[in-house]
Design a protein around this ligand. Sequence first.
Ligand SMILES: Cc1ncc(COP(=O)(O)O)c(C=O)c1O
Length: 387
Amino acid sequence: MSIWRLDPTVSHLNHGSFGAAPVPALEAQQRWRDLLESNSTRFMLEHYQPALDRARERLAEFVGADPAGLAFVNNATEGVNAVLRSLEAILRPGDEIVITDHGYNACRNAATVTAARTGARVVTASFPFPIDSPRQVIDGVTAAVTDRTRLLLIDSVTSPTALVLPVEELVTALEPGVEVLVDAAHAPGMVDFDVSSIGASYITANCHKWMCAPKGSAFLYVREDRRPAVYPAVVSHGYNGAWPAAGGHLHTQFDWTGTDDPTAWLSVPDALDAVGALQPDGWEGVRRTNRELCLAGRDILVDALGVEPPAPDSMIGSIASIPLPGSSEPAGTIFDPMMARLRSKWSIEAMVFGWPRPPERLLRISAHQYNRIEEYERLAEAVAAEL
Ligand SMILES: Cc1ncc(COP(=O)(O)O)c(C=O)c1O
């Protein structure tokens, strides 16, 4: 029996955007909700903090982090905002925040707002796509760094171009002179990911993407030396020490940011157990088989479309983007109209969007445990028909 609640009449090739949670995690979440709603005062004052600490310890073990440096947030966007907001206290006019031209629009916006509030400047580093080697990323980013650069915001896995970036090398090259905020939205559960070996000042990532936890679960990790200066984007009781979390500054600030539903966070261990059990070698096998399927799917598509693979295999995890021949139809958004046709005519969910800007466009696929190779064959047929 499938552990997924996914509609079986649809090919789900867009795990990258919003993930999918397995039934055992959703059932665990419902049990937490039932307990919460049976007595919300008792739940929040007695059950919540110990349950949160237990879930955090499991998450910390999975991502190789010290639990004291780990705070749950609702999504990676919130993690990025918390760091940028916190840095507003030290950013000065003329300081520079480096982002890349493969970055995620929401996070670019957050950097733009912080720059506007402080007089800092957002500098966009470039690297090509199609791309031959991670070296081009390192060269592009380091070329944009100056003695005014205070922060590099860099993705572990880019959203539009679906590239695994050489984040550790960049951290080694730039820290401590330049703080690095790693937007690892896609990384845990997709690539071999270990917070302590990355070594960046700040790392935020989603649990609701490749770890398959319920929506609204993500984390922010802050290296020990940076912890005292980091606050959540929403300031609450912790600021004057009124929230009784025991794990130090970060927990005091982040564990309560106003009344919310914490059940997605509490169900992270159940998602890890359920998905890890799908392969004999656990999560290593999940990552490996997802990646193999993604590469096989990408190969089917590039063959069918008569294009070259736009990136070396070494830069691919469980999502892959492929430039589509021809040009996009006019649309008011970045989503190409073909994406809606794939859904309505072919029952396929896959991203088709203008990048770097329309009329150029990319098709992005994903692979997770519920996908099969035939789905990419059918997608290739559908895309060829819809071009
Ligand atoms: C690179 C990157 N950063 C941030 C996000 C934002 O994730 P969320 O919407 O969960 O905050 C995404 C989502 O796809 C992403 O791909």
